[in-house]
Ligand binder design. Structure first.
Ligand code: M6R
Length: 618
C-alpha cells in the first residue's frame, strides 16, 4: 500500500528519497512524488502518475535541498493521476504532507475549510482526502501555534487511521512525522548528522540499522541531529533507538528473476528458522520459551478462533484443522473483515489467534481490537514483523522468522505461518492434556520434516513451468481439494487470480457437483489436489466426474502414484507426507504453477496490478 520516506541532513535529499521509494515499490502503488526544501525555504514538489521511472524521467533538474519527503500512492480517494499523487501542499504553500491511511471525515473537513479557501481566492488542488491535512495544519500556524501544536490539533480533527510525514517552509531544517491508529508504521532511522524516516524498514536499511518505531499517537520532530517525540500523553522525549539485525542483502533479489521466485525457494530455510528451537522431540516440547501465555491459561482454553485475510486466512483455515485434530480443541476460522463487524459469541476461554504476515493489515487489527474491547479474550498474533501493531495488541506473539518478503504475493510467510500454527496446536494439545506425550513427540517429529517436504516440492519447478505453459491461455481454472487440502485449493486459486489475472475458484471437491460442475467443458482446466490420504477415494470420484465433462485435469498427488497419473492429463508428483503435513508438500507446487502461468503471460509478478503488500485501508 502507500509508502512514505523522508530525509534531513547534509546530502541532497532528492536522490535519497527516490532510492527509498524504489525500496518500497514492492508495496504496490500507482503514482509517486517527492517534496524537497532548501535551507532558504524554497520548495520543489515533483509528482507523477505511474511508476517511479516516470517520476524520475519527468525531473529535469534535481532540486537542491537537504530536507524532503516522498510517497508512493495507491489510490483510494480520487483516481491515480498527477494531481492526486502526494505530496499535497496547503493552499498557501507553507505545509506539505504525505499520508498513508484514510481521512474518513474529509468531506466534512473540506466543507468546513471551503469558505476560508474561497475567501483567499484558492481552491482544492486534488480529489484526495489527504489535502485537508496540510490545510488544517496551516490554519493552526496562521493563528500563531507552534508547528507541533498545529500537528496535534490537525490530527485530532481527523477520523480514521493515518500515518503522515510533513515539511514546512517556515521550518526548513526539519521533517515531522506522526502516527494515529493503525495505518501502518513510521520508522525513524539514525545516521551521522542525518536522519531518515520510512513507512517500512527496508527503505532505511541501505543507510542505517539504528531505528525507532513511532507508537500510536506519537508526533516526531526530526532534524539532522536527532528526533524529539511528543507521545500520546504529550510529554516530549528523545527516544532510545534500537539496533535491528536485518541484512540488506536479504532484501536483494540475488540470482532470481523475481522476488516471488526467490521467496518460494527460501521456504525450507524460513520453515527451519521458524521451527528452530521451538520444536524439540526428546523430551518433547513446543514453543517452550516463546509463548508468553502460561500453560494454566492454555489449559483453560475451550475454543480457538483463528482469523486473517487473504493468504493468511487460508493459513488460518489449515490452523483450525490442526487445532481440532492435534489439540482436540473446538476451533473455527473467520475472515477478519467480517468478524470485526459481527457480534459473535466469544468468552474469556476463547483463544483468538490472528495470522498476519505484515502485522499491519487493517481488518485484522480491527478484529483484534474488537476482541479486546468486547471480550478481553486472550490473543496471539502470528506475524513476520517484530514490533508490528499486531504484536503490540496481542497478549503473546509467534514470530515466523521468514525474513523480509518483498513480492506482493505471500509465499514464504504462508509456510512460516503454517509452521507457527502447527506448533501452537501441539503446545495447546499438550497443555490441555489432550495429546499424550508420545503423540506430542510424534507430531513434533513430523513437523521437523516440513522443510524437506517443501524443498522436494520446489524440485517440481520445471514440471510446473511446462504445465503452466501448456495452460497459459485458459481463462478459468477450478481448483479442487478436500479436507486439509481444501484451504490449499483456495490459496491456489488466489495465487492464480492475483498473479495471472485468470479467473480461478478454489472449491471443496464435494461441493463441485452442487453447482460449479455446470461450468466445465474442454476449455476449463481443473487442478485437483489429491495426495493419498483419508479422502483420496473421494477425490478420485470428483476427478472422474470432471473427466466425464472433458475438462482437462492437472493433478497434484504423491510421487509414484501411477493410478492417478495415468487417469489425468497432467500430473505433478510431490513427496508423500503424513496426512497432517500435506500442506507443506503441496504449497510450493501451487505457488509455482501460478508463478509460471503469470510468467508465460508476461505479467508483473512482484507487483501485480491493483494490489498492495500491506493493506492498511478498508
Ligand atoms: O499481512 P497479512 O498477512 O495480514 O496480509 C493479508 C493479505 O492481504 C495477504 O495475504 C494477501 O492476500 C496476499 N497478497 C496474498 O498473496
Amino acid at each position: 500500500m502507500c509508502g512514505i520516506v523522508g530525509y534531513v541532513g547534509r546530502q541532497s535529499a532528492g536522490p535519497i528519497l527516490l532510492e527509498g521509494l524504489q525500496r518500497l515499490e514492492y508495496r504496490g502503488y500507482d503514482s509517486s512524488g517527492i517534496a524537497v526544501i532548501d535551507h532558504d525555504g524554497a520548495l520543489a514538489v515533483l509528482k507523477r502518475q505511474g511508476k517511479l521511472r516516470d517520476l524520475e524521467a519527468s525531473i529535469e533538474r534535481m532540486p537542491s535541498g537537504g530536507v524532503g519527503i516522498g510517497h508512493t500512492r495507491w489510490a483510494t480517494h480520487g483516481e491515480p493521476s498527477d494531481r492526486n499523487a502526494h505530496p499535497h501542499a496547503s493552499s498557501n504553500g507553507d505545509v506539505i504532507v504525505v499520508q498513508n491511511g484514510i481521512v474518513e471525515n474529509y468531506r466534512e473537513l473540506k466543507a468546513e475549510l471551503h469558505d476560508e479557501l474561497e475567501l483567499a481566492g484558492r481552491d482544492w488542488q486534488s480529489d484526495t482526502d489527504t489535502e485537508v491535512i496540510p490545510e488544517l495544519i496551516s490554519r493552526e500556524l496562521a493563528v500563531g501555534r507552534s508547528i507541533e501544536d498545529a500537528l496535534i490539533s490537525a490530527l485530532s480533527r481527523l477520523r480514521g487511521a493515518n500515518a503522515i510525514a510533513a515539511v514546512s517552509r517556515r521550518h526548513p531544517g526539519r521533517i515531522y512525522a506522526a502516527r494515529k491508529g493503525s495505518a501502518g508504521g513510521i520508522v525513524i532511522g539514525y545516521g551521522e548528522g542525518e536522519m531518515f524516516i520510512a513507512s517500512d524498514l527496508p527503505a532505511l536499511l541501505a543507510h542505517t540499522t539504528t531505528v525507532h518505531h513511532l507508537e500510536d499517537g506519537d508526533i516526531a520532530t526530526i532534524d539532522a541531529d536527532g528526533v524529539t517525540i511528543q507521545g500520546a500523553e504529550r510529554e516530549a522525549f528523545r527516544p532510545t533507538p534500537l539496533q535491528v539485525d536485518l541484512d540488506p542483502v536479504a532484501i536483494a533479489r540475488g540470482p532470481y528473476r523475481h522476488f516471488m521466485l526467490k521467496e518460494i525457494h527460501e521456504q525450507p530455510r524460513a520453515l527451519s528458522d521458524t521451527i528452530r528451537g521451538r520444536a524439540r522431540v526428546d523430551p518433547p516440547s513446543a514453543l517452550a520459551d516463546d509463548l508468553a501465555l502460561r500453560d494454566e491459561t492454555l489449559r483453560g482454553i475451550e475454543r480457538v478462533l483463528v482469523i486473517g485475510m487473504g493468504t493468511s486466512l487460508h493459513a488460518a483455515m489449515i490452523g483450525r484443522w490442526w487445532i481440532e485434530q492435534i489439540a482436540g480443541v473446538p476451533a473455527d476460522f473467520d475472515n477478519a473483515s467480517e468478524f470485526r463487524f459481527r457480534a459473535p459469541l466469544l468468552g474469556p476461554s476463547t483463544l483468538v489467534v490472528s495470522v498476519t504476515q505484515s502485522g499491519e493489515t487493517i481488518d485484522t487489527l480491527g478484529a483484534m481490537s474488537h476482541v479486546r474491547a468486547r471480550w478481553g479474550a486472550p490473543q496471539i498474533a502470528i506475524t513476520n514483523v517484530d514490533g508490528s501493531e499486531a504484536t503490540r495488541m496481542a497478549d503473546a506473539s509467534i514470530l515466523i522468522r521468514c525474513g523480509p518478503e518483498v513480492g506482493v504475493a505471500s509465499t514464504k510467510t504462508f509456510a512460516g505461518s503454517l509452521a507457527a500454527l502447527y506448533l501452537l496446536a501441539c503446545r495447546l494439545g499438550r497443555a490441555r492434556g489432550s495429546l499424550s506425550e508420545a503423540d506430542f513427540a510424534d507430531a513434533l517429529e513430523q513437523l521437523l520434516t516440513a522443510p524437506s517436504l517443501v524443498d522436494r516440492g520446489i524440485g517440481q519447478a520445471a514440471r510446473c513451468a511446462e504445465i503452466a505453459q501448456r495452460h497459459n491461455s485458459a481463462t478459468n481454472f477450478l481448483v479442487l481439494g478436500r479436507g486439509i487440502e481444501y484451504p490449499l485449493a483456495m490459496e491456489a486459486a488466489l495465487k492464480c487470480k492475483e498473479l495471472s489475472y485468470v479467473h480461478a475458484e478454489g472449491y471443496a471437491a464435494g461441493e463441485m457437483k452442487h453447482g460449479p460442475i455446470a461450468l466445465l467443458d474442454g476449455s476449463f482446466p481443473v487442478i485437483a489436489l489429491a495426495p493419498r490420504g483419508p479422502l483420496f477415494d473421494k477425490m478420485m470420484s470428483a476427478i472422474q466426474q470432471v473427466r466425464a465433462r472433458r475438462a482437462p485435469v492437472i493433478a497434484v498427488g504423491d510421487e509414484g502414484d501411477d493410478e492417478l497419473a495415468t487417469m489425468v492429463d497432467d500430473f505433478i508428483g510431490v513427496p508423500p507426507a503424513p496426512p497432517l503435513l500435506t500442506p507443506f508438500a503441496l504449497t510450493p507446487v501451487i505457488q509455482l504453477l501460478a508463478y509460471h502461468i503469470a510468467l508465460s503471460r508476461g505479467l508483473d509478478i512482484d507487483q501485480p496490478r491493483n494490489l498492495a503488500k500491506t493493506v492498511t485501508v478498508e
